[in-house]
Design a protein around this ligand. Structure first.
Ligand SMILES: [Zn+2]
Ligand SMILES: [Zn+2]
Length: 332
């Protein structure tokens, strides 16, 4: 089979012929029909995945089950599934509590990092992590929910989203554009922060009540009574600091990404406004089932660019140049 392989840190992935995986006990093999390209893939290729190279990246794989390993009873060949890509232990205190995104195995259990992922025609996964894809979702449109949709949905949940709450989405990219639709489907009033005119327009089309640059959104929030929940999907934290004057008391700031060494809000403000800051990573299989359900019932679809597997190096270059609108999906 063909696969895109990261062979050395910092070098572009290369298309190689590699053996089709055979399913071990409790595993299934997925014939990958689509796999989204996440910014984390670039970090894995650049450095994070160095210890497991050669490595097939990709943690948004969906497709059709093509082979079943010994002992698998609840997944069948021909099933349409996506891989919940954090192949957690299932037995630590976090896993047993349904908080598997905090599993003690950590990021090393992520497919496409510690184990071969979805930039390939086939991949192996534990049957327990094969999550059904609702019939109304096509493969390429389902793929971005496996990380981008899951991460934003879990982040919004962790932040206490409720109908009628004013929710700010920071970073209108692969994660952020889905977050607008998801927050809207959960009944929130959505405020989207972006300085790019085409993204302002798109955010409104996706249902944002207010979309614009920081000053525009801050003014609108102040008039409305303040933000209850901020979801930051961008690496930079600077815009989070700019939102401080627009926070409601007891508001939550959820970080699904964060670069830098300092937090742009002075400590006293946490006390004065009784703010909560929450770090959120990925999500559980239950979260994934819920967000796929939400997508099916509310007709939420990501805005995607479709590419053949052979174009993967070009896709990564586009992603590095911030040209992808809004999620690139490989169709092996
Ligand atoms: Zn991801
Ligand atoms: Zn665990």
């Amino acid at each position: 089979m063909r696969a895109a392989v990261a062979e050395r840190p910092g070098e572009p992935v290369a298309i190689r012929d590699v053996p089709i995986p055979t399913p071990g006990p409790g595993e299934v093999v997925l014939n990958v029909k689509a796999c989204g390209v996440c910014y984390t893939d670039l970090r894995i290729i650049d450095a994070l995945g160095a210890a497991s190279m050669p490595l097939v990246p990709g943690h948004e794989p969906v497709g059709i089950v093509s082979a079943i390993g010994p002992g698998v009873v609840d997944v069948n060949a021909g099933d349409r599934v996506g891989a919940h890509a954090l192949f957690t232990c299932g037995d630590c205190t976090y896993c047993r509590a349904g908080e598997e995104e905090a599993c003690v195995t950590g990021i090393a259990s992520l497919a496409g990092l510690g184990k071969d992922g979805g930039y390939a025609e086939y991949m192996a996964l534990p049957a327990s992590h094969a999550v059904p894809i609702p019939s109304g979702l096509d493969f390429a449109e389902a793929a971005p929910f496996l990380c981008a949709g899951l991460t934003t949905y879990a982040g919004l949940k962790n932040g206490g989203i409720e109908p009628g709450k004013r929710v700010v989405i920071l970073g209108i990219g692969g994660l952020g554009h889905l977050a607008i639709s998801i927050a809207g489907a959960l009944g929130a009033e959505v405020y989207a922060v972006t300085g790019t005119e085409s993204k302002v327009q798109m955010s409104r089309e996706l249902g944002a009540a207010v979309a614009g640059d920081t000053a525009t959104v801050v003014a609108a929030l102040q008039a409305a009574g303040g933000a209850h929940l901020v979801l930051n999907t961008a690496n930079s934290l600077t815009p989070v600091g700019h939102l401080l004057p627009a926070m409601a008391k007891q508001g939550s700031i959820v970080l699904t990404a964060a670069d830098g060494d300092t937090f742009p809000i002075p400590p006293g403000a946490f006390v004065g406004l009784q703010l909560r800051v929450i770090g959120s990573f990925y999500g559980s299989r239950q979260d994934l089932r819920e967000v796929l359900d939400l997508a099916a019932t509310h007709s939420i679809r990501p805005i995607i660019e479709r590419y053949p597997l052979a174009a993967v190096a070009d896709v990564h270059a586009r992603l590095r140049q911030n040209l992808v609108r809004y999620r690139a999906v490989l169709e092996p």
